[in-house]
Design a protein. Structure first.
Length: 397
């Protein structure tokens, strides 16, 4: 049976990667939109992997060791081949002299490389900081979700988010800003684990807490105001307050956006999120994110052959480098990544008794709607049924 995926979440991926391309190809003012796109990717990642693992825990034949091995195997099939292909290209061409520090990136500790140097050198691999943080998260978090008592998972999530927020409020005490404040894993756990908390909460309730329904719009408005004020002269204290606000304020709106799309937005916004060009871009968003700095570097070198200005930020660079990036990512997906992704079927999270059991779990639904001896809310069961086998296939970023 072909995989049925979360189309609106693909639409969100497209939005996130477009924000990154906008910041790196078009904006000239140090736009924060690229960072916001990465934060949206983090919320999506935390939500999707936690949802997958919690569904594995619900199955009758659940075994932690099997689920854990399958998770790591499936992640390796999805992430490693294109990532190391990208590193291979950089190493062979030696773009920006990056060959000498490739071991840091190959070991997924790029964030520590840039944090310790406190500079974005080499720039062509600077985007790997976020991929490294995700990989570090993938190593630890499945152990928490699969082994911790189920009733404690939401409390663990809240504790981790609180510690991550405390980490942000500690930084003004240290004085001068540095890349370390943004690149150490603690700085991104709030977004990643917000997605996880969403998955854990949604497993037992389809509704939003009232405080989130009342607060998301004021948080979003405050973020936009800070974004507008960012370019105005500020005292050091206000600069710190602005930085904290721009990191913290979007968390609730981003989490609600992911949760709403995972359930299925209705109306105009839902149809917009499911537009075929948008979902197609979302499907290849990992490749777009992975290859875009390399494409930009090569496009700039080829400026004498290009009739528009791609040597600096602007519309010419955005159109030319953006189109080349999307084409390369589409080729990578069709020829390379999609075929490897199909091998995931050999690594089910739960070993089924027979084909019908495999189909039932692949569709992520509990036939009788029971979880730990209780009957789920009908809308939760309906949402699972509508998602099809998205639990097995939606972890594609």
């Amino acid at each position: 049976m072909p995989n049925v995926r979360d189309r609106q979440l693909d639409g969100l991926r497209a939005v996130a990667v477009t924000m990154v391309l906008y910041a790196h190809f078009f904006a000239t003012d140090g736009s924060h939109w690229g960072h916001l796109g990465v934060r949206l990717f983090f919320v999506l990642s935390g939500f999707l992997i936690t949802r997958l693992l919690l569904d594995a825990r619900r199955a009758d034949r659940y075994e932690p060791s099997t689920a854990l091995k399958s998770f790591y195997a499936r992640r390796a099939l999805r992430i490693f081949p294109p990532y190391f292909a990208m590193l291979g290209i950089v190493g062979i061409v030696n773009l920006e002299g990056a060959r000498s520090n490739l071991p840091w990136h190959a070991l997924y500790v790029s964030n520590f490389w840039y944090a310790l140097r406190d500079e974005w050198t080499p720039w062509v691999l600077c985007h790997t900081w976020s991929l490294s943080i995700e990989e570090q998260f993938y190593i630890i978090w499945p152990l928490v979700i699969l082994l911790a008592p189920r009733h404690l998972i939401e409390r663990i999530c809240i504790t981790v988010i609180a510690c991550s927020l405390a980490y942000r409020f500690f930084w003004p005490v240290t004085g001068t800003p540095s890349l370390m404040r943004d690149l150490l894993p603690f700085a991104s756990m709030d977004a990643l684990v917000s997605g996880s908390l969403l998955a854990a909460y949604r497993a037992r309730s389809p509704s939003w807490p009232q405080w989130m329904r009342l607060s998301w719009l004021p948080f979003a408005a405050a973020f936009v105001i800070l974004l507008w004020l960012k370019s105005t002269p500020m005292t050091p204290a206000l600069q710190w307050a602005t930085w904290i606000g721009m990191e913290v304020l979007p968390l609730v709106p981003l989490t609600m956006l992911v949760g709403s799309c995972s359930s299925g937005l209705g109306g105009y916004l839902g149809r917009l999120a499911e537009l075929p060009p948008l979902t197609a871009l979302g499907r290849i968003s990992y490749g777009v994110y992975l290859f875009h700095p390399i494409v930009l570097s090569l496009v700039v070198k080829a400026q004498p052959l290009i009739p528009v200005d791609v040597s600096q930020q602007g519309s010419g660079r955005f159109v030319v480098a953006g189109a080349a990036t999307v084409m390369l990512a589409a080729i990578s997906w069709s020829v390379f990544e999609k075929r490897l992704n199909q091998l995931k079927r050999h690594f089910p999270y739960v070993v089924p008794r027979d084909h019908s059991a495999a189909t039932s779990f692949a569709h992520g639904s509990n036939p009788v709607g029971l979880v730990h001896g209780r009957r789920d809310h009908p809308s939760v069961i309906h949402a699972r049924a509508n998602r099809g086998d998205a639990f097995q296939a939606s972890d594609l970023q």
